[in-house]
Design a binder for this molecule. Structure first.
Ligand code: ZN
Length: 101
């Protein structure tokens, strides 16, 4: 399985090749291809510490996904349940406001 990274520059998620190498050079664990090219043109190199942290985070996320896929019991929905509708919400669109018109 390939690692999913989050670009620290634009916040977008990207999926570099498994070997972390693009046809034109090494993939960055901190920047997507677009931002990596921009940085390269600007002469900025990635922070090695940031790269290590990003790589570790992507590996942890991958391990978590693999564990969840293997054990369906671990895949529980953590979203809170929807609160009960208020009287105002139940009375239809613009309930109170429409009476004022
Ligand atoms: Zn980016």
């Amino acid at each position: 399985m390939r690692l999913v990274f989050e670009c620290v520059e634009c916040g977008g998620h990207y999926l570099p090749p498994e070997g972390m190498v693009y046809p034109d050079g090494p993939a960055s664990p901190v920047w997507c291809t677009t931002c990596q090219n921009t940085k390269r043109e600007a002469g900025v190199r990635e922070d090695p510490l940031l790269a290590r942290v990003a790589l570790a985070a992507a590996r942890a996320a991958l391990a978590r996904r693999a564990a969840e896929a293997a054990d369906p019991a671990a895949r529980h929905d953590v979203r809170p349940s929807r609160p009960p509708l208020s009287r105002r919400a139940r009375s239809g669109p613009g309930g109170v406001r429409s009476k004022l018109a």
